[in-house]
Design a protein around this ligand. Sequence first.
Ligand code: ARG
Ligand code: ZN
Length: 863
Amino acid sequence: SVIRREDYQPPAWLVPEIALDFALGLDATHVTSKLSVRRNPDGNGSRTMRLNGDQLAPLAVRVDGQAVNDWRLDGPDLLLDLAGEAHEVEIETQLNPAANSQLMGLYASHGMLCTQCEAEGFRRIAFFPDRPDVLSTYRVRMSGDKAAFPILLSNGNCEATGESADGTHWAEWHDPWPKPCYLFALVAGDLVANHDSFTTRSGREVELNIWVRKGDESRTQHAMDSLKRSFRWDEQAFGREYDLDLFNIVAVSDFNMGAMENKGLNVFNTRYVLADPETATDSDYDAIEGVIGHEYFHNWSGNRVTCRDWFQLSLKEGFTVLRDQMFSADMGSPAVKRIEDVRVLRAAQFPEDSGPLAHPIRPDSYQEISNFYTATIYNKGAEVIRMMRTMAGPERFRAGTDLYFDRNDGTAATCEDFVRAIEDGAGLDLKQFRLWYSQSGTPQVTVTTQHSGDTFTLKLTQLVPPTPNHDGGAQPEKQPMPIPLKLALFDRETGTHRGEELLVLDQAEQSFSFAGYASAPVLSINRGFSAPVAIDFERPVEDLVFLAAHDDDAFARYEAMQSLVVRHLIAAVSSNLAEEARTAEREAIVQALRSILLDEALDDLMRGELLILPAEGYLAEQFLVADPSAIHAEREALKAWLGTKLRGDLEALHDRVSAVPYSRDAAARGARKLKTQALTYLAAGAPDEARRRAIAQYCAADNMTDRQGALMVLAGLDGPERGEALADFHGRYAGNALVIDKWFSLQAGSLHPKVLEHAKALAEHPDFTMNNPNRVRALYMALAVNPQAFHAPSGEGYRIIGDLIRRLDPINPQTAARFVPSLGRWRRIEPARAALMRAELERIAAEPSLSKDVLEQVTKSLG
Ligand code: ARG
Ligand code: ZN
């Protein structure tokens, strides 16, 4: 059951039009689909039409109006032999949405009906060629009980509605834009909308609606504002205008992913829609803006130009992530946004690239496509396109994307089509650059420098590491790739440089010389994180301290600070640091952090970035085989040291930022970010002081950022206040699912030594349910990414996650499979734990009827 990219065949039959009729009911929905099918002139001429199904039974099959019975089933699919050129195929099926716990296809959530079809959910609704290169125009009729489903929505425009005497009503929708079935959507429920409108640059007036359950409408304004900003931004930044008179968003609380870009009817996880200051943190606000933008931008990068097959997923996802990153950068602080995006890439994608599930951004094979909605496809995919933009410059890149949209509008395209359009439109030669699409693994770039006379020489080498390859697609030898590196050479005395340069390393080994430097400059390299690589550069601590204080590239400054800490912790963990050296290095970090705390030229949002210590996961990545306990202990000890040595500065900081009143502007958001960071350091170095301040912050809080931050600190400390604060929080927000999710995560993600006991108790809490993916993630994902809990030496963390996967798989395989990669890291963890992790994977593998989703991840992880 391995699907290979090289096996792509165009479909034998096309479906230019489809009419769907739904008789809606929560536990019985009757579906009639009428497909106008036409032989594909570019197909192989086969008479057989494959109509994919998944747990569907055909109740009736008609061809050109006549009932037929010469169809056959091939596993879940229905095969039909058709002569001639064109036919009308009509099939009836019956669904039980209430029993659909996978949340793929048509399912029920709090009395409402909704759909999720990407990637292969449409085949759970109707027999259809469920592949993205079959594009159809959709006509949808739905009818149902008016009291239960007062609102009836689908893609495109509503063309007619009516009522019947029996209490049912109906609506007919028509979407004029041909689309693959993964973009189909239907929603029926008791919903209320925040209504608004947007006038496009050519004067089209678009009705905007954000649909939510009653009572939630007061928390939709930020999403609506973000939506209008997205419409405007895409016109200005990419010349892309909206193409229907209506744009609907529906918020659903049971949803496997973040959101879905269905044409004209985006469906969102409530967590990326609902916000107000009392219940959403500043990060929640940012995430909502980013995801609203992302789904809206898909209207062009994904919908108008879609994917030929799922191997091309990064064509729409990598590009759309880049677009949402650029949007968020333009709406806020570009410097802070870039740092955050790199942090996400390093935390989520680098481990993927160096683990058993490594795959190129355009994979060669898969078993279950749901497993390929990964940080590699999304985030590394965005970095690869960002590199093209860096090499071309913004104007030429824009010419390239204009050409891409022009050439491919209305078609199902490939990554190759994208690269070719950028080559032609931006005037780049990307022949060698295409390796970024086919080779997996994070390239390692080693830097050495030399200064003699007045010449500074940089020697760079690159290595693309071998990655495990499954399904026979081995790539033992990798080729050097073009790596665009932005750099600057700083004068040590003046703290200035002569301008940024871009060089492209495209060989295994290359030297670059810079004349006119009487004294050795300080090298700032991979500025702005111009390439998604790991830089290995042995350099004096003074140079890092210099850059941490002076670099005018925000990312490079952050990076210098990170490197200072990373190299210290690596040395400390590897225990080749004498006590005296350890103290000296810690003092250097104290000095660097103090100057960041006191630097008046820094805004607080950026100051907050510079204060973040490298994550334990990222530190573990620096070792071939990591000892999570040692990393945790050293990192905590450093934090305590910083908290003690900087106590006065941190208290002064906490006092200063606590005086800033709540607002959504950057200064106030920066203040809130620092408020909790100050508490975090104090909690490590001066816990009593931190407790006192956290209680005060909790009680004074008039917003969720402050309240959650204070509670997080209290949850990690012992004492009666811990339980009191947690109980207060739970009582205060009872009934608000998104806030109760925070209550679960914060405890499962806590530094408290009894975190595993707490997590086990939370799994028994009446508010916990396996049926809601947000709740499952709130408890178990928080635990899986909490190193001291997950990597408890007893193996209990592994056991809890292993048990979860086995229990969740029969309910929701897609979400269950998302937990496998944490156990899959075993080869990179010290032997005792590695054995426990492996044993857990084997226990899962031994389950009698695993889903394809979990089976693929577990077998690949065991290797
Ligand atoms: N296309 C959606 C997005 O990126 C994600 C949908 C993923 N769905 C899935 N079943 N894996 O916005
Ligand atoms: Zn997307």
